[in-house]
Design a protein around this ligand. Sequence first.
Ligand code: ZN
Length: 216
Amino acid sequence: MEKQPIQPFLTVANYRFIEQQLDKILQALATTKDQNVIHAVRGLVRSDVIDSFSWSDEEAKLVDPLIDIQDKAEGEAFLEQLEAYIIPFRAVEAGKLKSLFKKEKKLKLPNLENIDFRQISYLAWDDPGKLRRYMVIEENGKNKALKGTFTHPAIKGICTLCNCHSDVVRFTTTVKGEASGTFANHYNYICADSQQCNQHITDMEKVRAFFERVTK
Ligand SMILES: [Zn+2]
């Protein structure tokens, strides 16, 4: 019987997480000769990546070599072969975006052709003139959208979405209040640059929780 090829099994966030764990190993190799320390770091990565996810045997075979990586070149080759197994953010079309933000007058759409859907965990773009940001995620095959305004200039802080220390802006979203005609604001600090933020998203649950929180 012919062997079935392995289907993509890594979300973009999973891939970023593995990349981050690889960095930990490379960092340890670059900063210490103490084999016990390096061994300990490899052990932590093993428990965070190999033991915390339920990989199939074949998937595990692709991910396992991470633990034993010896240098940067080997790390790069490892990541490159994993790229083929990324499940991209499902491409959205302009018409879909318009329907997600149908109440928005003069919606400025992103240039979808320039977006690499294999690099993003959430879709975001700005209307800089209005200091407005639009965000879209995918959940159970459906898109969820929200919009908000941000303030300039960016300050140093922790991003609610990726949890990294970076240049962040205060992002304000507005929802209907309990009494009719009233509104309530949610304030969160998020990365000023959403493309950079996407590179640091290693846990989609935090992004989903954010959507859940600010749209209630
Ligand atoms: Zn961020």
